[in-house]
Design a protein around this ligand. Structure first.
Ligand SMILES: [Zn+2]
Length: 544
């Protein structure tokens, strides 16, 4: 029998196995976990070359699983775009501040090259509105400009960008999304739910810039203890494979192709180096903080002057049902974005119809974000075996605005009602949707446990869950949701040695400091891919 390559001893091992066992030691052989138990038991397995790592009481967990995000976009944006975040994430408070940030980023950019920015939030700008096409023209008369809203669901273009994209007063309404127009029919520059109308004209990064973006994003994720991540709108895998071969990428990735997108015309399943494709992604609405979430009742404060406005669906209900059935009957996992409760009604109808026509037990169809899901909808989700992935970081980053602007007190307090899901025995994951919020599973856990907004106010404390329940949603339940529970999500013999070592035990730490727990090391397939600077566990090869 081969000896383990590493044995971690004297730790608190939170296994997240079926019984929720705690152990002291883990042995790793090759890519996988060889043994879990007490320090005394596992030391007996050591061979002459085995590295014995003394954790000195630190806590070791399964590596975190980011269940929905847009890897490597956070790194790509850092290479390509100006950062336009407002507090608490950034410092932009007005349109002039936003223009200054863009000018800094574009300082040496030759005329005609694109200026791009990401993350602006009209509700946090002094002017309380999107920047206009004409303000961007004035600041950048020589450059096409495209700014993406913090939701990623819309943006503003200047006149040069609109011209390059061929969008004029005479352009017909697009089949997806909205080109906003002034009373004369002239496009204002704001484009909702179809940024591709502009983005298709922005030249791609060079291969070198792309690789650098992947390297930056990978470093950012592993520093937070993430070992697997789902790319929630599938992308071309080639740059990822290339980065992996150049040792710039450590994460394990799942790419969910957009239904009927160019990258997955026939929903081809593949596994290439670090990335595999599965499921199919659909959208039934947009973003509540962008006024494109599809609600059953009007927004709290209307966006324009229509007090009855409640967003809009992406597809009519029967069309959605057809698309869902196509994915369902192909034996694949349906992954549908739905934030507003009216959109969730449509999704429940579509999945209900698909399951009625062709019952598929254990299909694990997913609803992404499920921001404003109602109690009766959770009952139906339980019946249909649907599993939500909650974007509960909203409680912190956008919770004050959901209460004061978009949803009002009653609906805002129950966004991401995790407790209601736990009470029904619905398994779910939590996600950061990076780059919409920074990658940090421990922040998600903290928000799930505390439900405090950025201003420090409680939002729906009755929906709090325990640290253990929240940690399941970023480990074993996220792995289960992606059909990977046999390989990932818990520390058990035979599973991949994807691990994270934390400075404190999140089950016993002060709940208010959960997000500040330091990630000491991240391990993927037995290989250390991140170590906090200055971390020096005593490593010996004192095997027998
Ligand atoms: Zn997303």
């Amino acid at each position: 029998m081969a000896y383990p390559e590493q044995i971690y001893i004297n730790g608190t091992v939170l296994t997240f196995d079926f019984e929720g066992t705690t152990a002291e030691a883990v042995a790793v052989q090759g890519e996988r976990i060889a043994a879990v138990g007490s320090t005394e038991q596992l030391l007996k397995l050591a061979g002459p070359q085995t590295a014995v790592i003394d954790l000195q009481g630190k806590t070791i967990l399964p590596g975190f699983y980011e269940a929905h995000g847009h890897f490597p976009l956070s790194g790509i944006l850092e290479v390509q775009s100006a950062s336009l975040w407002s507090p608490p994430r950034g410092s932009i408070r007005s349109i002039s501040g936003l223009l200054d940030a863009l000018k800094d980023k574009a300082a040496n950019l030759p005329a005609g090259k694109w200026v791009t920015g990401f993350g602006y939030d009209p509700s946090k700008l002094a002017e309380k509105r999107h920047p206009s096409r004409y303000e961007l023209d004035q600041a950048f008369p020589e450059h096409p400009v495209w700014l993406s809203h913090n939701s990623g669901h819309m943006g503003v273009a200047n006149s040069k960008a609109l011209a390059l994209a061929g969008i004029t007063k005479n352009s017909p309404a697009p089949s997806i999304g909205v080109i906003q127009r002034d009373p004369d029919g002239e496009p204002t520059g704001l484009i909702q739910e179809n940024g591709a109308l502009i983005e298709a004209y922005i030249p791609p990064l060079s291969a070198e810039q792309h690789a650098e973006g992947i390297r930056i994003a990978n470093a950012e994720y592993v520093a937070q203890g993430i070992t697997s991540a789902i790319i929630a709108v599938g992308i071309d895998p080639e740059p990822l494979v290339d980065a992996y071969n150049r040792k710039l990428l450590d994460l394990r990735l799942i790419s969910i192709p957009l239904f009927q997108s160019d990258y997955a015309p026939n929903l081809v399943e593949y596994e290439l180096g670090p990335v595999k494709s599965q499921g199919a992604k659909l959208f039934q609405d947009g973003s509540i903080q962008g006024y494109t979430g599809w609600l059953s009742n009007p927004y709290h404060l209307p966006s324009e002057d229509d007090p009855l406005y409640r967003g809009f669906p992406m597809l009519d209900r029967e069309k959605l049902a057809q698309a869902v059935f196509a994915v369902h009957s192909a034996g694949r996992q349906v992954v549908i974005h739905a934030n507003g409760d009216a959109a969730i009604d449509d999704v429940l109808y579509a999945i209900g119809e698909a399951q009625r026509r062709l019952p598929r037990p254990d299909a694990r169809h997913r609803i992404e974000h499920a921001q404003s899901v109602r109690e009766d909808q959770l009952d139906r989700m339980k019946e249909l075996g649907i599993t939500p992935s909650f974007f509960n970081d909203h409680v912190y980053y956008f919770g004050d605005d959901h209460r004061d602007i978009y949803l009002g007190e009653d609906r805002a307090r129950r966004i991401s009602p995790l407790r209601s899901a736990v009470d029904r025995g619905i398994r779910f994951s939590l996600h950061n949707d990076t780059p919409i919020t920074p990658p940090s599973p421990l922040h998600l856990v903290s928000v799930a446990v505390n439900r405090l907004t950025a201003s420090g106010r409680e939002l729906g404390p009755e929906y709090r869950i325990t640290p253990y329940q929240a940690l399941r949603a970023v480990t074993i339940d996220a792995a289960w949701q992606a059909f990977e529970e046999n390989d990932k999500g818990s520390i058990e013999v035979g599973k991949l040695a994807d691990l994270v070592i934390l400075a404190d035990n999140p089950l016993t730490a002060d709940p208010l400091s959960l997000h500040n727990i330091t990630v000491l090391q991240t391990i993927i397939g037995g290989r250390q891919v991140y170590a906090q600077q200055g971390i020096d566990f005593n490593i010996t090869t004192a095997g027998v």
